[in-house]
Design a binder for this molecule. Structure first.
Ligand SMILES: Cc1cc2nc3c(=O)[nH]c(=O)nc-3n(C[C@H](O)[C@H](O)[C@H](O)COP(=O)(O)O)c2cc1C
Length: 365
């Protein structure tokens, strides 16, 4: 037997990373190794992991803005010391098929950050892979046809098989072209090291604050039950409505798995939000700094950008309460429903063979 145990931790929005994690656990289990896929929300690595080279650890997650999602970063940082355990890292990325050509995604630090932390913690990293799976940015992209999604998943399975074969042969797996491509995507971090923080703000405070349930929502609460971050609350009188809290990491599970395709991102709401925060900044600069505090124009000019960002970050969550409140007025909710691109293109995506509830529990192979 290769290993005594494989513990494959994953975080997955629409099932891509979960599916890849299953490919590994199923193949390793066939060799007689006790193998488990474990969602990070219920993981107890201090209890699960044994020390030494007979333990194999897998880390599977999507790339979110060239980084692992924030809950995955926290999980990786809290992992116990490796004490010689073997590890593999797979970050799935969003590929887009364009006719016969496949435009690859990019994981950047989503791949290298976990590898680095694992090495520092004393794990022996055996391989890492940025794996093209169907793109799932449903709030910005029109989703894939089933045929195209199937093609991308099949191709990914073949690529991932090379890593599996290396693991089963107790060999290393480092694909030079894959690594060079991902390394190139780390260059932005050299020039803009605040990217992860900027993404946290953009993802959590901005993108998450455009989510809403349209008039077809039945209040079933499936989105709240399935959310990997427990970020959705069902509120109000029956039928209840989902409310996206600040914990949302925009993983797209709610949108990808809603049976009635009721979860939308409001593109119309962007207009008052952007206009409102600009207005708020301009007036606070003019009335606060220039008139009340009598600051010189040059200093106010310098303060413009940081104040704009800070005010926008503060205002957006507050605007979301307003957005949510406005939806109680039926004609306004109807207007939001029919003015979002996600309603117009209607297509949704989740990994074809994956049920949302599978991703919330540990599964043995
Ligand atoms: C908020 C968000 C950010 C994303 N950022 C990236 C990215 O930086 N690079 C990339 O290739 N794909 C990106 N994607 C696409 C996903 O990484 C990709 O579709 C992944 O396979 C989804 O996996 P999951 O279903 O396990 O969540 C992003 C998706 C979302 C929802």
């Amino acid at each position: 037997m290769l290993y005594d145990r494989l513990t494959c931790y994953f975080l997955s929005g629409t099932g891509n990373s979960y599916r890849a994690a299953r490919w590994l656990t199923e193949a390793v289990a066939e060799e007689g190794t006790k193998s488990e896929t474990v969602p990070i929300a219920v993981a107890r690595p201090a209890v699960d992991l044994q020390k030494g080279a007979r333990q194999l650890v897998g880390l599977y997650h999507p790339a979110h803005g060239l980084m692992p999602p924030w809950s995955m970063i926290k999980f990786i940082l809290r992992l116990p010391r490796g004490r010689g355990a073997h590890a593999v890292v797979v970050s799935t990325r969003g590929a887009i098929p364009l006719g016969p050509v496949m435009i690859p995604g990019a994981t950047g630090l989503a791949l290298f950050f976990p590898v680095l932390v694992l090495l520092l913690k004393g794990y022996r990293v055996r391989g890492a892979l940025g794996l093209d799976m169907p793109v799932n940015m449903l709030n910005l992209h029109w989703g894939m046809t089933e045929r195209n999604a199937g093609r991308v998943v099949e191709r990914a399975k073949r690529r991932h098989q090379r890593l599996v074969s290396a693991v089963l042969a107790k060999k290393h797996y480092w694909h030079p072209l894959n690594l060079i491509w991902e390394l190139a995507w780390c260059i932005p971090f050299v020039f803009w090291p605040f990217f992860p923080i900027a993404y946290l703000l953009i993802g959590r405070i901005f993108m998450a604050k455009l989510m809403f349930a349209d008039t077809s929502c039945k209040g079933c609460g499936r989105c709240a039950r399935n959310c990997p971050c427990q970020a959705i609350k069902m509120v109000g009188a029956k039928p209840k409505t989902p409310f996206w809290t600040h914990r949302c990491e925009v993983c797209m599970r709610c949108m990808g798995y809603c049976k009635f395709k009721s979860v939308q991102a409001s593109h119309l709401w962007l207009v008052p939000v952007l206009y409102g925060t600009s207005l708020l900044t301009a007036s606070s600069l003019q009335w606060g700094l220039m008139i009340l505090l009598d600051w010189p124009v040059q200093i106010v000019g310098l303060a413009n950008r940081p104040i704009h960002y800070a005010l926008t970050a503060l205002a957006l969550p507050l605007f979301y309460y307003l957005f949510f409140g406005l939806q109680r007025i039926k004609p306004l909710r109807t207007m939001f429903t029919y003015t979002t691109l996600t309603k117009l293109y209607r297509r949704r995506y989740h990994e074809p063979d994956t049920e949302a509830r599978e991703m919330n529990r540990r599964s043995d192979s």
